[in-house]
Design a protein around this ligand. Structure first.
Ligand code: 5GP
Length: 136
């Protein structure tokens, strides 16, 4: 895996506003926040995304997400958080080092992350069957 900007932050080669760190994970403020307090949670192990991460690393990252989410929310007087993660360029992933965004939310009408559409019943049936098949 290629070196990423997040590995440079982990190694303290470039500055970041680090808010939490343990043996397996680190969390720091996003340099271009969607909202004030926008925080990224990152494993220290260099994995790209959900398609190559091992269970232990993912558990460690999610443990940190759960641990720090209340402090991220309360730091800006927000009422909720949006936890988002992009996996693959097509999904908007820019930094190919697994990370979860914790974005404070004050009001559900501030902004929305994705469109929602009605879909034909037959499409649900076909896609659900395909996923079950692929899972074996
Ligand atoms: P992605 O689109 O890959 O899910 O999001 C990557 C995030 O990393 C973006 O929100 C971007 O603002 C953030 N980011 C990119 N480079 C840096 C950096 O050097 N420092 C910090 N703190 N965040 C960064």
């Amino acid at each position: 895996m290629e070196d990423t900007i997040f590995m440079k932050i982990i190694r303290r080669e470039i500055p970041a506003d680090i808010v939490y760190e343990d043996a397996e994970t680190i969390a720091f403020l996003d340099v271009k926040p969607a909202a004030p307090g926008h925080t990224l949670v990152v494993p220290k192990k260099p994995v790209q995304n959900i398609f190559d991460v091992d269970d232990g690393t993912l558990v460690a990252v999610m443990r940190t997400v759960r641990k720090i989410a209340p402090a991220v929310r309360n730091s800006v007087g927000a009422h909720g958080v949006h936890i988002n993660s992009n996996h693959g360029a097509a999904a908007g992933q820019i930094v190919f080092h697994l990370h979860f965004h914790i974005i404070p939310r004050h009001d559900r009408n501030e902004f929305s992350f994705w469109p929602q559409h009605d879909s034909a019943r037959s499409e649900f049936v076909t896609i659900a069957e395909k996923i079950r098949q692929l899972l074996g």
